[in-house]
Design a protein around this ligand. Structure first.
Ligand SMILES: C[S@@+](CC[C@H](N)C(=O)[O-])C[C@H]1O[C@@H](n2cnc3c(N)ncnc32)[C@H](O)[C@@H]1O
Length: 262
């Protein structure tokens, strides 16, 4: 595992295990209905696999790929070396984002629930858009991975993990439809469309599910655990979630957002 902190991700592992995120992103890109020549902000570009989907949909366009994690940006730059002239990378916290040249479309996949202040976020994203521009995004929404969270909590209270995790509560913000619609309108967006979409991810035990959990869902638990307990913790959570065939179902619920800046 690479170094993981509040801001940093294990970008190499994320690149390898993020098939579910890439699958969700295909639908988000389709919803953007790109003509092919737009300038698109990829808000929280991660390791670049989803940015590649955008680049493929923009033969005459450009992507401004923004992320707070340097490891993610480095991984994305390496992955997208062959299309470097069509991507600009920029390190920034989206909550403090300022762009020189407003874009046609703000796109984001699997990012907003990592940010607790959605009012501030939507206001920054509105500022990054040109008048008439589109916001198309998906993130974790109300009810997202409820079973995974409950299972993680149970395992966290068992020895030997409890010494490190008993008082640790991971903070995400899985927003509901009404609040999100209201906040988008307060940020000045119109034609706001939001919906919730259950999207289970099913991963096999025996390495795959455990690595996925370590790199994504449990990445901040990993920081608090000594090295020798990290894999065992992810394994314990995965085993508890697995069915008799060794398949782990992660109960993802995605929040879709689409809105226009007048
Ligand atoms: C689950 S990954 C998603 C990456 C990519 N969009 C995808 O779908 O594969 C979440 C990403 O959001 C980024 N992120 C989280 N909070 C952020 C913030 N406040 N500002 C900028 N990026 C942030 C993380 O660094 C990480 O790269």
């Amino acid at each position: 595992m690479g170094r993981t902190t509040q801001t940093e991700w294990d970008a190499q592992t994320y690149h390898e295990v993020s098939d579910p995120q890439v699958e969700w992103a295909r639908d988000v890109v389709a919803r953007a209905e790109l003509a092919g020549d737009e300038r698109v902000l990829d808000a929280g570009c991660g390791a670049g696999r989803v940015t590649r989907l955008l680049i493929d949909a923009l033969p005459d366009g450009h992507v401004l790929a923004v992320d707070a994690s340097q490891q993610m940006l480095d991984q994305a730059a390496e992955q997208l070396g062959d299309v470097a002239e069509r991507v600009t990378f920029h390190r920034s916290d989206l909550s403090r984002l300022a762009v020189d040249d407003p874009v046609d479309v703000v796109f984001s996949n699997a990012v907003f629930h990592w940010i607790l202040d959605h009012e501030g976020l939507f206001s920054r994203l509105s500022d990054a858009l040109r008048p008439g521009g589109l916001l198309v995004a998906q993130c974790g929404g109300a009810g997202n991975i409820a079973r995974v969270i409950e299972t993680t909590r149970r395992v966290s209270h068992r020895p030997p993990f409890d010494d490190h995790l008993a008082d640790f509560e991971r903070e995400w913000y899985f927003a509901d439809l009404e609040t999100t619609k209201r906040r988008l309108e307060q940020a000045g967006f119109v034609d706001v469309d939001t919906d919730l979409e259950p999207r289970d991810a099913v991963l096999p035990l025996g390495g795959h599910a455990e690595r996925f959990l370590m790199a994504i869902v449990l990445r901040l638990h990993m920081e608090r655990l000594p090295e020798d307990l990290r894999y065992p913790f992810a394994e314990a959570v995965a085993r508890e979630l697995a069915d008799d065939d060794g398949l782990v179902t992660l109960d993802y619920v995605r929040l879709n957002l689409k809105a226009r800046k007048p």
